[in-house]
Design a protein around this ligand. Structure first.
Ligand code: NAD
Length: 488
């Protein structure tokens, strides 16, 4: 295991994300030896905490993980806290002193990771101050890790990016998309580029359509005020679904390096057809849940304004205008309060051109399409359906399932997305982070739909909790003579 050497500065260190994900992830890296002695963590936020309080909060956040009190204590001894308002320039010199102190104490050689785990409206100002107040080291690396949302449309994303790039170069900016930290999303590349029998069929001659479903069973919970200004399109499609789709659609990279993978993902996104308003209206549907007998309407949730037209569900059909994918629809859907919590990708192959079994036997059972399903979560695995002869006299065919699922033992070995991504950031490997060009193309695609939805009033609410969304989502495929592979 290679030891990483760095000083982390967490902005928003008392926040929900930091406590729930970031400290536990660092601790796991520590337990596995990716962090040993030569790391330090400076936490900062508005909250008026002491370093001791901070250490207690850190120990509390890792208390659910297997560890001994002594180990937790030792880990926490690398942490320090400075209260600070990011809008106040004077405080950056306090931060600077603390970072330098930690750097000396832990011999971190000027390696710095600045992690912004707070509201994005502060990102620009923080980045500018990091530079102007001299927090950048000149003897090690300086990296910036940021959280979604990255803007709320192309314009605001561009403005934010311009602010960040006045301090950090593109190769120093790590935009977290935690879906890219998931085992089975990373497996898309292994499945495709490691298998002749898959990649040789991976095009419009053999694939009929591709379906991506990110289904949540929960509602908005405590995040209503954020979610109501975002909606499913911005919250899930612009980032996670666009990242997944670019990995499914891209050409083979020259090598499996961050630079080579990025080139291909950007190329794929460039060939995604950006719709006109009219096309957007026929290729995208939105939904909002209503209670039925089961609970509250979205509009009745705490923190959601009365009569909100925010969408809690999106389904859409996307098309790539390139040689590989011309004519193959990519259907996507995501939403809250759906039937179950899962993420899966279904790749539906074309049926044999001629069904020789149908004619002489007058068999009723038509051949099924082969479907390759990538199960992203909660289970990790994949399955391929193939047609086989049903046992017995006669000649009926039936689809059988070839599948592989990770066993409980290897599931345990799988790092949490944040653990993996934090490690990649220290290694300077951006393969599983979103580049600016990817973000920009994704916004340009999504903005057309958003603009249309801003001016047209939806027929909300239009789906019940526990279903797979509004009827219009099924009709989107039925219109093309297709249907969702996963249905209730
Ligand atoms: P949070 O509201 O729980 O925490 C915000 C933190 O910022 C607190 O530590 C607060 O003290 C600090 N802060 C606020 N204003 C400040 C100021 N002026 N100066 C200094 N500190 C200030 O937020 P969170 O849920 O931890 O989310 C952090 C970021 O992560 C956001 O960008 C959010 O969109 C993103 N995110 C969160 C989650 C999640 O599950 N919580 C998931 C994905 C992305």
């Amino acid at each position: 295991t290679k030891e990483n050497i760095a000083i982390f500065t967490f902005f928003g260190a008392t926040g929900d994300l930091a406590k729930r994900k970031l400290y536990p992830s660092l601790f796991k890296l520590y337990q596995k030896g990716y962090l040993k002695e030569r790391f330090g963590v400076l936490g900062t936020s508005r909250a008026d905490w002491s370093t001791d309080q901070f250490k207690d909060a850190v120990k509390e956040s890792i208390s659910g993980l297997e560890n001994s009190a002594a180990e937790a204590e030792k880990f926490a001894s690398h942490f320090e806290y400075v209260a600070h308002d990011v809008t106040d320039q004077a405080h950056y010199s306090a931060l600077n002193d603390a970072i330098k102190g930690l750097d000396e104490k832990f011999e971190a050689q000027g390696n710095r990771v600045f992690y912004l785990s707070m509201a994005p409206n502060f990102f620009g100002e923080i980045a500018l101050n990091i530079k102007s107040q001299g927090l950048i080291s000149d003897n090690g690396y300086n990296r910036l890790v940021i959280e979604k949302p990255f803007g709320r449309d192309y314009e605001s994303a561009k403005k934010l990016n311009d602010e960040l790039t006045s301090t950090f170069n593109e190769d120093q900016i790590f935009r977290i998309d935690h879906y890219l930290g998931k085992e089975m999303i990373q497996n898309i590349e292994a499945l495709r580029f490691g298998n002749t029998i898959i990649e040789s069929l991976w095009n419009n001659r053999y694939i009929d359509n591709v379906q991506i479903t990110l289904s949540e069973s929960l509602g908005v919970e405590e995040r209503a005020s954020y979610y109501d200004t975002s909606g499913a399109l911005r919250d899930m499609v612009q980032n996670h679904i666009m990242q997944i789709i670019s990995q499914l659609a891209m050409e083979q990279p020259v090598a499996f390096t961050d630079a080579d993978v990025r080139v291909e993902k950007v190329k794929a996104l460039r060939s995604l057809r950006v719709y006109s308003a009219v096309e957007a209206a026929s290729n995208f549907v939105r939904g909002q849940y209503s209670a039925g007998e089961t609970g509250n309407d979205y509009r009745d949730e705490d923190g959601v304004p009365e009569g909100s037209n925010n969408e809690t569900f999106v389904a859409g059909k996307l098309l790539f205008d390139n040689y590989r994918w011309s004519g193959v629809p990519f259907y996507i859907r995501t939403g809250k309060k759906l039937a179950d919590k899962f993420t899966r990708i279904d790749v539906v192959f074309k049926k044999p051109l001629i069904d020789i079994f149908a004619f002489p036997q007058q068999s009723d059972a038509a051949l099924s399409a082969n479907v390759l399903t990538i199960y992203v979560e909660p289970k990790s695995g994949f399955a391929l359906t193939v047609n086989a002869k049903s046992a017995g006299q006669g000649f009926e065919t039936e689809p059988v399932n070839l599948d592989f699922f990770q066993d409980a033992e290897s599931e345990k070995e799988v790092p949490e997305p944040y653990e993996r991504l934090m490690h990649d950031a220290m290694e300077g490997n951006s393969t599983n982070f979103a580049s600016w060009s990817e973000v920009a193309y994704a916004w340009k695609f999504v903005d057309v739909i958003r603009r249309l939805w801003n001016i047209e009033d939806p027929q909300f609410p239009n789906y019940r909790p526990g279903t797979m969304g509004p009827k219009a989502s099924d009709e989107l495929l039925e219109r093309d003579g297709r249907s969702w592979v996963y249905k209730l």
